[in-house]
Design a protein around this ligand. Structure first.
Ligand SMILES: Nc1ncnc2c1ncn2[C@@H]1O[C@H](COP(=O)(O)OP(=O)(O)OP(=O)(O)O)[C@@H](O)[C@H]1O
Length: 235
């Protein structure tokens, strides 16, 4: 898991090799090497401001590392051209921390957007199935402003998986949710993992991690002292 990402048997879908990154001043991440295996379930924890969102952004090439390399699906993100980045964005679904929507579009239109934005057709039955999966069938025609926090998070998850990504990244997906809604969202993430998707979730919520560990074999990565370590089983 934390070995060199360049070993011959490297099957990792995400590999950080000696990554250093920051925003001026001392770097947030220093000499970080991490590997994420396909089909695995990882949490990413660490104090507020430690660099969790930054690490996630490096994974979906919102950022490229200042030093070292990040490879996703075996390709170094810094070397990707526009087409490769577009393909990466389809293969990596992201639920952002603030899960923004286009306010004038209905929820089903927002969820379909990653497909329709490029002029592709969306099968209404498939869209309906996806909305049913996240429990939003009856809210399909609502506007984003009319949704509760839990409904917004589930809509954001549906939007993140509509392109059938192989990796799902979620940044504090249960940040503003009550415990029941957090568990409901966790169930959806576990289901995705059982379908074979690689899951990476940044969270502060240790109870969520404990709940997940009763359902899947989840590993916990912790950012501490500008490095990423594998947390022990004591969580
Ligand atoms: N674009 C940016 N320019 C300058 N500083 C930034 C930028 N993005 C993040 N930072 C700073 O980098 C630090 C780490 O931010 P990041 O969002 O990665 O942390 P985090 O661990 O996700 O925090 P939280 O748990 O509070 O969401 C913070 O101090 C933040 O203010």
């Amino acid at each position: 898991m934390m070995n060199s990402p360049r070993s011959p048997d490297d099957r990792s879908v995400i590999a950080f090799s000696d990554v250093t990154h920051g925003y001026g001043g001392s770097p947030l991440l220093h000499g970080v090497s991490v590997r994420i295996a396909p089909g695995s379930f990882h949490f990413l924890t660490g104090p507020s401001g430690a660099g969790k969102t930054t690490l996630l952004k490096l994974c979906y090439r919102d950022l490229v590392p200042q030093q070292g390399s990040v490879s996703v699906f075996g390709q170094e993100t810094a070397q990707m051209d526009r087409d490769a980045v577009a393909l990466l964005r389809r293969r990596v679904g992201v639920v952002h921390q603030d899960c923004r929507f286009l306010d004038h579009l209905t929820i089903d239109e927002n969820v379909a957007l990653p497909v329709t934005v490029s002029g592709r057709h969306i099968d209404p039955a498939e869209l309906g199935e996806l909305l049913a999966w996240v429990g939003l069938s009856r809210r399909a025609g609502a506007l984003p402003a009319e949704l509760s926090g839990g409904e917004r998070q589930r809509a954001a998850l549906a939007r993140a998986v509509i392109t059938a990504p192989e990796i799902l990244i979620a940044d504090e997906p249960t940040g503003n949710l009550d415990w029941d809604m957090s568990l409901r969202l966790l169930t959806l993430l576990v289901e995705l993992n059982r379908m074979g998707k690689t899951i990476l979730i940044a969270t502060h919520d240790l109870n969520l991690i404990r709940a997940a560990k009763t359902q899947v074999s989840a590993r916990v990565l912790r950012i501490a002292n500008r490095r990423v370590e594998l947390a022990g089983a004591d969580l």
